[in-house]
Design a protein around this ligand. Structure first.
Ligand SMILES: Cc1ncc(COP(=O)(O)O)c(C=O)c1O
Length: 390
């Protein structure tokens, strides 16, 4: 391998949310963080060089997006996902969550209903409820150790107040990479009931062997016109702190409305470093990503074997994509606060508590695999020892 993903890089004391700001835990602690979805790996060198160039210049004034920036996104989608989009369909935002917020403000009114498919990424819940819209839960079902969508429940829950679905594809935390049949079935229901699809595809590049990501908007012209797809280089290349993302909105009217809200909030100004980082990553990051995916697969295999042999009480849902693993802790027979407290105070690891992902997540924890193997090994050993001595 050309890149050294085994290298342990000190992140404490760098204002890292994951390492320095674990909720309820003092800054200087001995807890190993395996929660927030960022990686303990250094970015690809071309990204670092692109940022250095900008920093070196010393003037950090307002910046706009060049045609080469746009080409880096369209080129990436074509190369990695065989997905052709037009540059003019692209809009921008300082992150995928801000984009979802803008979509909610633009396409729904207070009191309207928005569908989520829990257990799902916690901020989805607050971005809906926190802005006065009503949550409708279409809970995922477990089938043969994987999450699947419950279409009957979805149709039952739809009424004329439902205006939008926030769809997570690939799914965080379950790691599902939805297949064509699943996407078509969901799309058909949304089209039938005029429900706008916000497809959060931030994890779309993080795929384990044998899985391909299909953007739901790519499946038909009707779906393209009814979908806002949110993408970013931030998960793929570990650049969450650069707050830059892109949205694909093929429908002109929707795009104009979205941009109007974005501009009214002054959210369209580009982040100079974020734009440089995204362009470099999407232009030159293929080789780094290919190696990263291999490394993550190695970490996943390590974790699965470790749990099976040494902590059989905890069962992983095997992810098809993302670098997150959803751990079924039902056999530990602990309440959600007991489970979190056990991991933090006894095992000295901080994972993401499943309850925050909504119904169905209560007895699960989410573990982040994107760390050097030695860190993963240390985290798993800590959990093993805590369980043995409990
Ligand atoms: C599904 C999903 N959407 C959005 C985000 C956050 O995106 P951003 O930092 O671009 O707002 C995350 C981060 O973990 C995520 O997992």
């Amino acid at each position: 391998m050309k890149y050294d993903f085994d290298k342990v890089i000190e992140r404490r004391g760098t204002d890292s949310t994951k390492w320095d700001y674990m909720p309820g835990i003092p800054r200087n602690n001995d807890v190993l963080p395996m929660w927030v979805a960022d990686m303990d790996f250094i970015c690809p060198q071309p990204v670092i060089e692109a940022l250095k160039e900008k920093i070196k210049h010393g003037i950090y004034g307002y910046s706009s997006r060049s045609s080469s920036y746009f080409e880096s996104i369209t080129g990436w989608l074509k190369r990695r996902h065989n997905c052709e989009i037009k540059e003019e369909w692209l809009t921008h935002s300082p992150g995928v969550l801000p984009a979802i917020f803008v979509a909610i403000m633009t396409f729904t009114n207070p009191g309207d209903k928005v569908i989520l498919q829990p257990p799902v990424y916690p901020p989805f819940h607050s971005v809906v409820e926190g802005n006065g819209r009503k949550l409708v839960y279409n809970q995922l079902k477990e089938q043969n150790g994987l999450y699947v969508m419950d279409y009957l429940d979805l149709e039952r829950k739809i009424d004329n107040q439902v205006k939008m679905i926030i769809f997570c594809s690939p799914h965080n935390p379950g790691g599902r990479v939805w297949n064509e049949d699943e996407l078509l079935r969901l799309g058909e229901i949304c089209l039938k009931h005029k429900i706008l699809i916000i497809s959060d595809e931030i994890h779309c590049d993080l795929l384990f062997k044998g899985y391909n990501h299909i953007p739901i908007a790519s499946l038909s012209e009707e779906l393209a016109q009814n979908t806002i797809t949110c993408i970013s280089a931030s998960k793929t290349f570990n650049m969450g702190g650069l707050t830059t993302s892109a949205n694909i909105i093929p429908n002109q009217q929707k795009r104009e409305l979205f941009n109007k809200t974005l501009e009214s909030m002054e959210l369209d100004t580009g982040n100079l470093l974020g734009m440089a980082g995204l362009e470099a990553a999407f232009r030159y990051g293929d080789e780094w990503l290919d190696e990263l995916l291999e490394y993550l697969e190695g970490n996943l295999n390590y974790l699965v074997k470790f749990l099976k042999e040494r902590i059989p009480q905890i069962k992983p849902m095997i992810p098809q994509g993302t670098y997150l693993v959803w751990l079924d802790c039902r056999e530990l027979k602990l309440t959600p606060p007991e489970l979190m407290s056990f991991m933090i105070n006894k095992a000295k690891v901080r994972l993401s508590g499943g309850k925050t992902f909504g119904p169905g997540g209560e007895e699960f924890l989410r573990l982040n695999l994107a760390c050097p193997r030695s860190t993963l090994e240390e985290g798993l050993k800590r959990i093993e020892e805590a369980i043995i001595s409990a």
